[in-house]
Design a binder for this molecule. Sequence first.
Ligand SMILES: O=C(CO)[C@@H](O)[C@H](O)COP(=O)(O)O
Length: 213
Amino acid sequence: MVKIAPSLLAANILELKSEIQIIEDAGAHWLHIDVMDGHFVPNITFGPDYVKAINNLSNLTLDVHLMIENPELYIPKFAENGADIITVHYESAIHLHRVVQMIKSYDIKAGVAINPATNVENLRYILNEVDMILIMSVNPGFGGQKFIKEAVEKIKHLKSMLPSEKDVEIQIDGGVNGENASELISAGATSLVAGSYIFKSIDKRKAIESLMN
Ligand SMILES: O=C(CO)[C@@H](O)[C@H](O)COP(=O)(O)O
């Protein structure tokens, strides 16, 4: 079953508690938390204390996407504060293998994300170590951008590379909506991140259902 991960970047920060309650009731599986540092991406968002606060509000899986430089400096705090999955960028982790091992040492899941211009082939030698690959279908930094359609081929290519004996989630993030969801799932995506499509909808439940169906 595909996991729907609403991106809290698009939620109304002043109504966060009720926004989370609505998407929980609507059947969302994970909460996607976009951490941005103003260096790796041109935007600044949430830190470890935000993750701690969300962890106190919800029992959903906290799926933390680090769009930051030097992720190894901050992984311990995000893990201690309740992250269930931590995803780092291929482009920001110089010693990617070591960083993935660091995440796993906290007994949580480890993901690796790639930007739109990064070739999935670069992930070949990390696939045995990770629980999830996140394919960005927009340039990271902001919600509400247009889906980059080459991401569909990247999902297919990645799927063909995955070791058959290991369960690796394929997550797609950026511009996901009710129109492209079924193509993404058919291509091999097992987790859909959606921000604007869910939180800007009048009926968030319907939006989540349309992604699942
Ligand atoms: O990581 C990011 C943006 O950098 C995403 O998680 C966005 O938050 C997705 O937002 P939409 O494209 O669905 O509005």
